[in-house]
Design a protein around this ligand. Structure first.
Ligand code: UDX
Ligand code: ADP
Length: 479
Protein backbone atom coordinates (compact mmCIF):
# COMPACT_ATOMS: atom_id res chain seq x y z
CA UNK A 1 0.00 0.00 0.00
CA UNK A 2 1.17 3.52 -0.68
CA UNK A 3 -0.26 5.68 2.10
CA UNK A 4 2.91 7.21 3.49
CA UNK A 5 1.53 10.59 4.48
CA UNK A 6 -1.84 11.70 5.78
CA UNK A 7 -3.01 15.29 6.10
CA UNK A 8 -6.03 16.22 8.21
CA UNK A 9 -7.67 19.60 7.55
CA UNK A 10 -9.26 20.75 10.83
CA UNK A 11 -7.65 20.30 14.26
CA UNK A 12 -10.87 20.13 16.28
CA UNK A 13 -12.68 17.60 18.45
CA UNK A 14 -12.80 15.10 15.58
CA UNK A 15 -9.60 15.72 13.59
CA UNK A 16 -7.26 16.05 16.61
CA UNK A 17 -8.07 12.82 18.49
CA UNK A 18 -8.67 10.75 15.32
CA UNK A 19 -5.33 11.62 13.77
CA UNK A 20 -3.47 11.26 17.07
CA UNK A 21 -4.74 7.68 17.34
CA UNK A 22 -3.92 6.97 13.68
CA UNK A 23 -0.37 8.23 14.33
CA UNK A 24 -0.13 6.05 17.45
CA UNK A 25 -1.26 2.91 15.66
CA UNK A 26 0.48 3.54 12.31
CA UNK A 27 4.12 4.41 13.06
CA UNK A 28 4.85 3.87 9.35
CA UNK A 29 2.60 6.82 8.36
CA UNK A 30 3.41 10.50 8.88
CA UNK A 31 0.28 12.37 10.01
CA UNK A 32 0.04 16.17 9.79
CA UNK A 33 -2.98 17.93 11.26
CA UNK A 34 -3.49 21.43 9.88
CA UNK A 35 -5.82 24.27 10.80
CA UNK A 36 -6.39 27.91 9.85
CA UNK A 37 -6.28 28.88 13.51
CA UNK A 38 -2.76 29.71 14.74
CA UNK A 39 -4.00 29.63 18.33
CA UNK A 40 -5.39 26.11 18.00
CA UNK A 41 -2.25 24.73 16.40
CA UNK A 42 -0.16 26.48 19.07
CA UNK A 43 -2.21 24.70 21.74
CA UNK A 44 -1.81 21.30 20.05
CA UNK A 45 1.93 21.89 20.11
CA UNK A 46 1.90 22.93 23.78
CA UNK A 47 1.50 21.09 27.09
CA UNK A 48 -2.14 22.17 27.38
CA UNK A 49 -4.08 20.68 24.47
CA UNK A 50 -7.04 22.72 23.16
CA UNK A 51 -9.51 20.00 24.11
CA UNK A 52 -9.85 17.92 27.25
CA UNK A 53 -10.19 14.24 26.44
CA UNK A 54 -9.17 11.47 28.87
CA UNK A 55 -6.02 9.67 27.63
CA UNK A 56 -5.36 12.06 24.75
CA UNK A 57 -2.39 13.83 26.36
CA UNK A 58 -0.59 10.52 26.55
CA UNK A 59 -1.21 9.60 22.92
CA UNK A 60 -0.09 13.02 21.68
CA UNK A 61 3.04 12.95 23.85
CA UNK A 62 4.04 9.56 22.44
CA UNK A 63 3.76 10.60 18.77
CA UNK A 64 4.18 14.38 18.50
CA UNK A 65 7.38 15.30 16.69
CA UNK A 66 7.88 11.68 15.57
CA UNK A 67 5.09 10.87 13.10
CA UNK A 68 2.45 13.35 14.33
CA UNK A 69 2.68 17.06 13.48
CA UNK A 70 0.38 20.03 14.00
CA UNK A 71 0.86 22.90 11.57
CA UNK A 72 -0.64 25.99 9.94
CA UNK A 73 1.17 25.25 6.69
CA UNK A 74 -1.89 23.79 5.00
CA UNK A 75 -0.59 23.92 1.42
CA UNK A 76 2.57 21.90 2.09
CA UNK A 77 0.66 19.27 4.06
CA UNK A 78 -1.91 18.90 1.24
CA UNK A 79 0.81 18.67 -1.43
CA UNK A 80 2.74 15.98 0.42
CA UNK A 81 -0.20 13.82 1.51
CA UNK A 82 -1.46 10.68 -0.21
CA UNK A 83 -4.69 10.85 1.77
CA UNK A 84 -6.46 13.97 3.08
CA UNK A 85 -9.14 13.94 5.78
CA UNK A 86 -11.56 16.87 5.79
CA UNK A 87 -12.45 17.35 9.46
CA UNK A 88 -13.71 20.90 9.54
CA UNK A 89 -16.78 22.14 11.37
CA UNK A 90 -20.22 21.86 9.74
CA UNK A 91 -22.48 24.05 11.90
CA UNK A 92 -26.19 24.55 11.28
CA UNK A 93 -26.85 27.46 8.92
CA UNK A 94 -27.82 30.65 10.72
CA UNK A 95 -29.04 32.52 7.65
CA UNK A 96 -30.57 32.13 4.19
CA UNK A 97 -32.03 29.02 2.63
CA UNK A 98 -32.29 26.18 5.16
CA UNK A 99 -31.55 28.56 8.07
CA UNK A 100 -31.68 26.78 11.42
CA UNK A 101 -31.72 23.33 9.81
CA UNK A 102 -29.36 22.74 6.91
CA UNK A 103 -25.65 22.19 7.53
CA UNK A 104 -23.46 25.11 6.57
CA UNK A 105 -20.90 23.63 4.21
CA UNK A 106 -18.80 26.74 3.76
CA UNK A 107 -15.85 25.29 5.70
CA UNK A 108 -16.01 21.99 3.78
CA UNK A 109 -16.16 23.94 0.54
CA UNK A 110 -13.19 26.12 1.49
CA UNK A 111 -11.18 23.01 2.42
CA UNK A 112 -12.07 21.42 -0.94
CA UNK A 113 -11.00 24.60 -2.75
CA UNK A 114 -7.67 24.63 -0.89
CA UNK A 115 -7.08 21.06 -2.05
CA UNK A 116 -8.08 21.93 -5.63
CA UNK A 117 -5.67 24.89 -5.63
CA UNK A 118 -2.50 23.09 -4.56
CA UNK A 119 -2.85 19.31 -4.94
CA UNK A 120 -0.49 17.42 -7.23
CA UNK A 121 -0.62 13.73 -8.22
CA UNK A 122 -3.25 11.25 -6.99
CA UNK A 123 -5.13 12.14 -3.82
CA UNK A 124 -7.69 10.30 -1.77
CA UNK A 125 -9.94 12.88 -0.13
CA UNK A 126 -11.94 11.58 2.84
CA UNK A 127 -14.90 13.42 4.34
CA UNK A 128 -14.78 12.87 8.07
CA UNK A 129 -16.95 15.77 9.21
CA UNK A 130 -20.63 14.86 9.47
CA UNK A 131 -22.10 16.19 6.28
CA UNK A 132 -25.46 16.08 4.52
CA UNK A 133 -26.08 13.13 2.24
CA UNK A 134 -24.48 13.82 -1.16
CA UNK A 135 -21.82 16.20 0.24
CA UNK A 136 -19.14 13.94 -1.24
CA UNK A 137 -20.68 14.73 -4.60
CA UNK A 138 -20.31 18.48 -3.93
CA UNK A 139 -16.67 18.03 -2.92
CA UNK A 140 -16.08 16.03 -6.07
CA UNK A 141 -17.76 18.73 -8.19
CA UNK A 142 -15.42 21.38 -6.78
CA UNK A 143 -12.34 19.22 -7.25
CA UNK A 144 -13.21 18.08 -10.77
CA UNK A 145 -14.34 21.55 -11.90
CA UNK A 146 -10.90 22.86 -10.91
CA UNK A 147 -9.10 19.94 -12.45
CA UNK A 148 -5.44 20.42 -13.40
CA UNK A 149 -3.37 18.04 -15.56
CA UNK A 150 -1.70 15.22 -13.66
CA UNK A 151 -4.02 15.44 -10.65
CA UNK A 152 -6.71 12.85 -9.87
CA UNK A 153 -9.04 12.44 -6.90
CA UNK A 154 -11.05 9.74 -5.20
CA UNK A 155 -13.58 10.89 -2.62
CA UNK A 156 -14.50 8.66 0.30
CA UNK A 157 -16.95 9.08 3.15
CA UNK A 158 -15.58 7.85 6.48
CA UNK A 159 -17.80 9.28 9.23
CA UNK A 160 -16.46 9.37 12.77
CA UNK A 161 -18.55 7.78 15.53
CA UNK A 162 -16.43 8.81 18.54
CA UNK A 163 -18.19 10.39 21.50
CA UNK A 164 -16.53 13.19 23.44
CA UNK A 165 -15.18 12.17 26.82
CA UNK A 166 -14.47 8.65 25.54
CA UNK A 167 -12.88 9.59 22.20
CA UNK A 168 -9.57 7.76 22.63
CA UNK A 169 -11.22 4.56 23.77
CA UNK A 170 -13.87 4.80 21.04
CA UNK A 171 -11.13 5.20 18.43
CA UNK A 172 -8.97 2.39 19.78
CA UNK A 173 -11.89 -0.03 20.21
CA UNK A 174 -14.33 1.12 17.53
CA UNK A 175 -17.59 -0.86 17.21
CA UNK A 176 -17.15 -0.41 13.48
CA UNK A 177 -15.37 1.71 10.90
CA UNK A 178 -17.52 2.79 7.98
CA UNK A 179 -16.05 3.61 4.59
CA UNK A 180 -18.15 4.64 1.60
CA UNK A 181 -16.82 5.13 -1.89
CA UNK A 182 -17.58 5.02 -5.58
CA UNK A 183 -18.48 1.70 -7.15
CA UNK A 184 -15.64 1.86 -9.71
CA UNK A 185 -12.23 0.12 -9.80
CA UNK A 186 -10.58 3.40 -8.70
CA UNK A 187 -13.18 3.78 -5.92
CA UNK A 188 -12.56 0.24 -4.68
CA UNK A 189 -8.83 0.83 -4.75
CA UNK A 190 -9.19 3.98 -2.61
CA UNK A 191 -11.47 2.15 -0.15
CA UNK A 192 -8.88 -0.62 0.16
CA UNK A 193 -6.15 1.90 0.93
CA UNK A 194 -8.15 3.48 3.74
CA UNK A 195 -9.08 0.01 5.05
CA UNK A 196 -5.37 -0.76 5.18
CA UNK A 197 -4.79 2.27 7.44
CA UNK A 198 -7.46 1.13 9.91
CA UNK A 199 -6.37 -2.50 9.74
CA UNK A 200 -3.26 -1.47 11.68
CA UNK A 201 -5.48 -1.92 14.77
CA UNK A 202 -9.09 -2.67 13.78
CA UNK A 203 -10.10 -6.18 12.79
CA UNK A 204 -11.19 -6.31 9.15
CA UNK A 205 -14.56 -7.82 10.15
CA UNK A 206 -15.39 -4.51 11.82
CA UNK A 207 -14.63 -2.42 8.75
CA UNK A 208 -17.79 -1.91 6.70
CA UNK A 209 -17.61 -0.73 3.13
CA UNK A 210 -20.66 0.76 1.41
CA UNK A 211 -21.55 3.18 -1.32
CA UNK A 212 -20.90 6.83 -0.49
CA UNK A 213 -24.49 7.84 0.18
CA UNK A 214 -25.20 4.90 2.49
CA UNK A 215 -22.15 5.87 4.49
CA UNK A 216 -23.23 9.52 4.73
CA UNK A 217 -26.81 8.61 5.68
CA UNK A 218 -25.69 5.98 8.22
CA UNK A 219 -23.90 8.64 10.25
CA UNK A 220 -27.00 10.83 10.43
CA UNK A 221 -29.14 7.78 11.16
CA UNK A 222 -26.91 6.57 14.02
CA UNK A 223 -27.04 9.95 15.74
CA UNK A 224 -30.78 10.27 15.14
CA UNK A 225 -31.42 6.83 16.68
CA UNK A 226 -29.27 7.63 19.74
CA UNK A 227 -30.96 10.99 20.28
CA UNK A 228 -34.36 9.37 19.78
CA UNK A 229 -33.69 6.97 22.66
CA UNK A 230 -32.89 9.89 24.96
CA UNK A 231 -35.99 11.81 23.91
CA UNK A 232 -38.07 8.66 24.40
CA UNK A 233 -36.84 8.11 27.94
CA UNK A 234 -37.11 11.83 28.70
CA UNK A 235 -40.72 11.88 27.51
CA UNK A 236 -41.47 9.08 29.96
CA UNK A 237 -39.65 10.93 32.73
CA UNK A 238 -42.45 13.51 32.60
CA UNK A 239 -45.00 10.72 33.05
CA UNK A 240 -42.99 9.41 36.03
CA UNK A 241 -42.93 12.79 37.71
CA UNK A 242 -46.72 13.01 37.41
CA UNK A 243 -47.42 9.51 38.66
CA UNK A 244 -44.85 8.14 41.07
CA UNK A 245 -43.06 5.73 38.73
CA UNK A 246 -39.28 6.07 38.81
CA UNK A 247 -37.66 6.54 35.39
CA UNK A 248 -34.52 4.64 36.44
CA UNK A 249 -36.62 1.62 37.31
CA UNK A 250 -38.52 1.91 34.04
CA UNK A 251 -35.26 2.28 32.06
CA UNK A 252 -33.81 -0.78 33.75
CA UNK A 253 -36.90 -2.89 33.11
CA UNK A 254 -37.08 -1.78 29.48
CA UNK A 255 -33.33 -2.05 28.87
CA UNK A 256 -33.12 -5.63 30.10
CA UNK A 257 -34.99 -6.66 26.97
CA UNK A 258 -32.08 -7.80 24.84
CA UNK A 259 -33.78 -6.36 21.77
CA UNK A 260 -33.72 -2.89 23.36
CA UNK A 261 -30.52 -2.96 25.44
CA UNK A 262 -29.55 -0.77 28.41
CA UNK A 263 -27.46 2.00 26.84
CA UNK A 264 -28.60 5.58 26.20
CA UNK A 265 -31.61 5.30 28.49
CA UNK A 266 -30.40 7.75 31.15
CA UNK A 267 -33.09 10.40 31.57
CA UNK A 268 -31.62 13.87 31.81
CA UNK A 269 -32.20 17.58 31.54
CA UNK A 270 -31.82 17.03 27.78
CA UNK A 271 -29.14 16.05 25.30
CA UNK A 272 -26.53 18.49 24.07
CA UNK A 273 -23.33 18.34 22.06
CA UNK A 274 -22.35 19.45 18.62
CA UNK A 275 -23.86 16.48 16.79
CA UNK A 276 -27.30 15.28 17.81
CA UNK A 277 -29.33 18.42 17.19
CA UNK A 278 -27.32 19.44 14.15
CA UNK A 279 -27.56 16.03 12.51
CA UNK A 280 -31.27 15.62 13.14
CA UNK A 281 -31.99 19.12 11.81
CA UNK A 282 -29.96 18.14 8.82
CA UNK A 283 -31.95 14.94 8.36
CA UNK A 284 -35.21 16.87 8.71
CA UNK A 285 -34.06 19.35 6.09
CA UNK A 286 -33.07 16.59 3.68
CA UNK A 287 -36.48 14.93 4.14
CA UNK A 288 -38.25 18.21 3.47
CA UNK A 289 -36.18 18.75 0.33
CA UNK A 290 -37.06 15.22 -0.79
CA UNK A 291 -40.76 16.01 -0.26
CA UNK A 292 -41.08 13.57 2.64
CA UNK A 293 -42.89 15.79 5.18
CA UNK A 294 -44.10 12.91 7.38
CA UNK A 295 -40.55 11.60 7.79
CA UNK A 296 -39.31 15.12 8.51
CA UNK A 297 -42.00 15.65 11.17
CA UNK A 298 -41.17 12.28 12.77
CA UNK A 299 -37.52 13.20 13.38
CA UNK A 300 -38.29 16.83 14.23
CA UNK A 301 -40.24 15.53 17.21
CA UNK A 302 -36.99 14.20 18.77
CA UNK A 303 -35.73 17.79 18.96
CA UNK A 304 -39.08 19.18 20.08
CA UNK A 305 -39.07 16.72 22.98
CA UNK A 306 -35.52 17.75 23.91
CA UNK A 307 -36.52 21.42 23.97
CA UNK A 308 -39.53 20.49 26.10
CA UNK A 309 -37.31 18.62 28.57
CA UNK A 310 -34.95 21.58 29.01
CA UNK A 311 -37.77 24.07 29.50
CA UNK A 312 -39.70 21.69 31.77
CA UNK A 313 -36.66 21.39 34.04
CA UNK A 314 -36.08 25.17 34.12
CA UNK A 315 -39.77 25.74 34.87
CA UNK A 316 -39.58 23.24 37.71
CA UNK A 317 -36.73 25.19 39.30
CA UNK A 318 -38.63 28.47 39.10
CA UNK A 319 -41.92 27.00 40.28
CA UNK A 320 -40.30 25.31 43.28
CA UNK A 321 -38.59 28.53 44.31
CA UNK A 322 -42.00 30.11 44.97
CA UNK A 323 -42.47 31.08 41.32
CA UNK A 324 -39.79 33.71 41.38
CA UNK A 325 -36.03 33.61 41.10
CA UNK A 326 -35.56 37.35 40.78
CA UNK A 327 -32.40 38.27 42.71
CA UNK A 328 -32.11 34.73 44.05
CA UNK A 329 -28.62 33.26 44.19
CA UNK A 330 -28.51 29.98 42.29
CA UNK A 331 -25.49 27.69 42.06
CA UNK A 332 -25.09 25.83 38.81
CA UNK A 333 -22.95 22.70 39.03
CA UNK A 334 -21.71 21.65 35.62
CA UNK A 335 -21.82 23.56 32.37
CA UNK A 336 -20.36 21.10 29.83
CA UNK A 337 -22.86 19.16 27.69
CA UNK A 338 -21.72 15.92 29.37
CA UNK A 339 -19.05 14.78 31.82
CA UNK A 340 -15.38 14.36 30.93
CA UNK A 341 -15.33 17.13 28.34
CA UNK A 342 -14.86 20.89 28.40
CA UNK A 343 -17.17 21.25 25.39
CA UNK A 344 -20.31 23.36 25.85
CA UNK A 345 -21.79 23.22 22.37
CA UNK A 346 -25.60 22.96 22.65
CA UNK A 347 -25.18 22.25 26.36
CA UNK A 348 -28.56 22.10 28.14
CA UNK A 349 -26.89 24.18 30.88
CA UNK A 350 -26.94 27.15 28.49
CA UNK A 351 -30.73 26.93 28.09
CA UNK A 352 -31.30 26.49 31.82
CA UNK A 353 -28.92 29.35 32.72
CA UNK A 354 -30.46 31.67 30.14
CA UNK A 355 -33.99 31.00 31.39
CA UNK A 356 -32.94 31.67 34.99
CA UNK A 357 -31.08 34.84 33.99
CA UNK A 358 -34.11 36.07 32.04
CA UNK A 359 -36.10 35.64 35.25
CA UNK A 360 -33.61 37.80 37.16
CA UNK A 361 -31.56 35.13 38.97
CA UNK A 362 -27.90 35.56 39.96
CA UNK A 363 -25.88 32.54 38.87
CA UNK A 364 -22.82 31.05 40.57
CA UNK A 365 -21.35 28.58 38.10
CA UNK A 366 -18.77 25.83 38.61
CA UNK A 367 -17.57 23.31 36.04
CA UNK A 368 -14.37 21.26 36.46
CA UNK A 369 -13.23 21.62 32.84
CA UNK A 370 -15.02 24.45 31.04
CA UNK A 371 -12.96 27.65 30.77
CA UNK A 372 -14.64 30.67 32.45
CA UNK A 373 -14.28 32.69 29.22
CA UNK A 374 -16.23 29.98 27.39
CA UNK A 375 -19.09 30.14 29.91
CA UNK A 376 -19.27 33.93 29.55
CA UNK A 377 -19.14 33.69 25.75
CA UNK A 378 -21.97 31.17 25.73
CA UNK A 379 -24.20 33.29 27.97
CA UNK A 380 -23.49 36.63 26.32
CA UNK A 381 -23.61 35.47 22.72
CA UNK A 382 -25.84 37.81 20.64
CA UNK A 383 -28.15 34.90 19.72
CA UNK A 384 -28.70 34.25 23.44
CA UNK A 385 -29.08 37.75 24.91
CA UNK A 386 -29.53 41.34 23.88
CA UNK A 387 -28.14 42.51 27.22
CA UNK A 388 -24.61 41.08 27.56
CA UNK A 389 -23.54 43.61 30.22
CA UNK A 390 -26.49 42.73 32.43
CA UNK A 391 -25.70 39.03 32.07
CA UNK A 392 -22.04 39.60 32.97
CA UNK A 393 -23.08 41.30 36.21
CA UNK A 394 -25.46 38.45 37.09
CA UNK A 395 -22.97 35.61 36.52
CA UNK A 396 -20.01 34.64 38.74
CA UNK A 397 -17.74 31.74 37.89
CA UNK A 398 -15.95 29.72 40.58
CA UNK A 399 -13.15 27.23 40.60
CA UNK A 400 -14.56 25.01 43.32
CA UNK A 401 -18.06 23.77 44.14
CA UNK A 402 -18.02 24.84 47.80
CA UNK A 403 -17.44 28.53 47.01
CA UNK A 404 -19.97 28.34 44.16
CA UNK A 405 -22.73 27.07 46.44
CA UNK A 406 -21.98 29.25 49.49
CA UNK A 407 -24.81 31.65 50.34
CA UNK A 408 -27.08 30.38 47.53
CA UNK A 409 -30.77 29.45 47.65
CA UNK A 410 -30.54 26.49 45.32
CA UNK A 411 -28.23 24.14 43.45
CA UNK A 412 -29.04 23.25 39.87
CA UNK A 413 -26.99 20.29 38.64
CA UNK A 414 -26.68 20.23 34.84
CA UNK A 415 -23.71 17.90 34.08
CA UNK A 416 -23.13 14.42 35.46
CA UNK A 417 -19.49 14.92 36.59
CA UNK A 418 -18.45 12.05 38.89
CA UNK A 419 -16.96 14.47 41.43
CA UNK A 420 -20.43 15.86 42.19
CA UNK A 421 -21.50 12.50 43.64
CA UNK A 422 -18.90 12.64 46.40
CA UNK A 423 -19.24 16.27 47.49
CA UNK A 424 -19.64 16.98 51.21
CA UNK A 425 -23.30 17.98 50.98
CA UNK A 426 -23.59 18.57 54.74
CA UNK A 427 -20.89 21.23 54.44
CA UNK A 428 -22.65 22.67 51.39
CA UNK A 429 -26.02 22.69 53.20
CA UNK A 430 -24.53 24.50 56.18
CA UNK A 431 -23.32 27.31 53.92
CA UNK A 432 -26.59 27.77 52.00
CA UNK A 433 -29.71 29.91 52.56
CA UNK A 434 -32.71 27.99 53.93
CA UNK A 435 -34.80 26.32 52.69
CA UNK A 436 -31.97 24.91 50.58
CA UNK A 437 -32.93 23.30 47.28
CA UNK A 438 -31.20 20.78 45.01
CA UNK A 439 -32.42 20.24 41.44
CA UNK A 440 -30.62 17.22 40.08
CA UNK A 441 -30.91 17.41 36.30
CA UNK A 442 -28.89 14.24 35.81
CA UNK A 443 -30.32 11.99 38.51
CA UNK A 444 -26.87 11.15 39.89
CA UNK A 445 -27.05 12.24 43.54
CA UNK A 446 -28.15 10.26 46.58
CA UNK A 447 -31.52 11.93 47.04
CA UNK A 448 -32.46 10.17 50.26
CA UNK A 449 -29.20 11.30 51.86
CA UNK A 450 -29.83 14.87 50.71
CA UNK A 451 -33.34 14.84 52.16
CA UNK A 452 -31.94 13.52 55.46
CA UNK A 453 -29.52 16.48 55.55
CA UNK A 454 -32.47 18.84 55.14
CA UNK A 455 -32.45 19.69 51.43
CA UNK A 456 -35.61 20.09 49.38
CA UNK A 457 -34.83 17.81 46.43
CA UNK A 458 -36.26 17.62 42.93
CA UNK A 459 -34.98 15.47 40.12
CA UNK A 460 -35.81 14.14 36.67
CA UNK A 461 -38.28 11.30 36.34
CA UNK A 462 -38.94 10.69 40.01
CA UNK A 463 -41.29 12.31 42.42
CA UNK A 464 -39.99 12.26 45.94
CA UNK A 465 -43.48 12.78 47.46
CA UNK A 466 -46.25 10.22 46.97
CA UNK A 467 -48.52 10.89 44.01
CA UNK A 468 -52.04 11.96 44.55
CA UNK A 469 -54.07 9.08 43.17
CA UNK A 470 -57.21 11.17 43.40
CA UNK A 471 -55.67 13.58 40.92
CA UNK A 472 -54.75 10.80 38.51
CA UNK A 473 -58.17 9.17 38.63
CA UNK A 474 -59.83 12.58 38.46
CA UNK A 475 -58.08 13.52 35.24
CA UNK A 476 -58.62 10.04 33.73
CA UNK A 477 -62.34 10.32 34.46
CA UNK A 478 -62.39 13.68 32.74
CA UNK A 479 -60.91 12.07 29.63
C1 UDX B 1 -22.50 11.68 19.86
C2 UDX B 1 -22.50 10.21 19.41
O1 UDX B 1 -22.60 9.36 20.58
C3 UDX B 1 -21.22 9.89 18.63
O2 UDX B 1 -21.29 8.56 18.12
C4 UDX B 1 -21.10 10.86 17.47
O3 UDX B 1 -19.89 10.62 16.75
C5 UDX B 1 -21.12 12.30 17.96
O4 UDX B 1 -22.33 12.52 18.72
P1 UDX B 1 -21.33 13.07 21.80
O5 UDX B 1 -22.26 14.16 21.41
O6 UDX B 1 -19.89 13.37 21.97
O7 UDX B 1 -21.41 11.84 20.76
O8 UDX B 1 -21.82 12.48 23.22
P2 UDX B 1 -22.92 11.42 23.69
O9 UDX B 1 -22.29 10.55 24.69
O10 UDX B 1 -23.60 10.75 22.56
O11 UDX B 1 -23.96 12.35 24.48
C6 UDX B 1 -24.76 13.32 23.82
C7 UDX B 1 -25.72 13.95 24.81
O12 UDX B 1 -26.71 13.03 25.24
C8 UDX B 1 -25.04 14.47 26.08
O13 UDX B 1 -25.59 15.71 26.43
C9 UDX B 1 -25.38 13.40 27.11
O14 UDX B 1 -25.36 13.89 28.42
C10 UDX B 1 -26.77 13.02 26.66
N1 UDX B 1 -27.19 11.68 27.09
C11 UDX B 1 -26.50 10.59 26.68
C12 UDX B 1 -28.32 11.55 27.90
O15 UDX B 1 -28.95 12.53 28.28
N2 UDX B 1 -28.70 10.28 28.27
C13 UDX B 1 -28.05 9.16 27.87
O16 UDX B 1 -28.48 8.04 28.23
C14 UDX B 1 -26.91 9.31 27.04
P1 ADP C 1 -15.44 19.19 15.06
O1 ADP C 1 -16.16 18.98 16.36
O2 ADP C 1 -16.27 18.78 13.86
O3 ADP C 1 -14.07 18.59 15.03
P2 ADP C 1 -14.33 21.83 15.60
O4 ADP C 1 -15.02 23.14 15.54
O5 ADP C 1 -13.86 21.31 16.91
O6 ADP C 1 -15.29 20.78 14.87
O7 ADP C 1 -13.04 21.86 14.65
C1 ADP C 1 -13.06 22.23 13.32
C2 ADP C 1 -11.74 22.92 12.99
O8 ADP C 1 -11.67 23.12 11.58
C3 ADP C 1 -11.56 24.31 13.62
O9 ADP C 1 -10.38 24.32 14.40
C4 ADP C 1 -11.44 25.27 12.42
O10 ADP C 1 -10.50 26.31 12.64
C5 ADP C 1 -10.95 24.33 11.33
N1 ADP C 1 -11.22 24.77 9.96
C6 ADP C 1 -12.38 25.20 9.42
N2 ADP C 1 -12.23 25.47 8.11
C7 ADP C 1 -10.94 25.20 7.79
C8 ADP C 1 -10.16 25.26 6.59
N3 ADP C 1 -10.69 25.62 5.43
N4 ADP C 1 -8.85 24.92 6.67
C9 ADP C 1 -8.30 24.53 7.84
N5 ADP C 1 -8.98 24.43 9.00
C10 ADP C 1 -10.29 24.76 8.99
Amino acid sequence: MVINKICCIGAGYVGGPTCSVIALKCPDIVVTVVDLSKERIGQWNSDKLPIYEPGLDNVVKQCRGKNLFFSNDINTAIKEADLIFISVNTPTKTFGNGKGRAADLKYVESAARMIADVATGNKIVVEKSTVPVRAAESIMNILRANHRPGVSYQILSNPEFLAEGTAVDDLLNADRVLIGGEDTPEGHDAIEKLCWVYEHWINRSKILTTNTWSSELSKLAANAFLAQRISSINSLSAVCESTGADISEVARAVGLDSRIGPKFLQASVGFGGSCFQKDILNLVYICECLNLPEVAAYWQQVITMNEYQKSRFSAKVIESLFNTVTDKQIAMLGFAFKKDTGDTRESPAITVATTLLDEGAKLHIYDPKVEPSQIMDDLTHPVITEEPEKVKKAVSIYDDPYSATKGTHAIVLCTEWDEFKTLDFQRIYNGMMKPAYVFDGRKILDHDALVRIGFQVQTIGKRLARPSLARIWGSCNQI
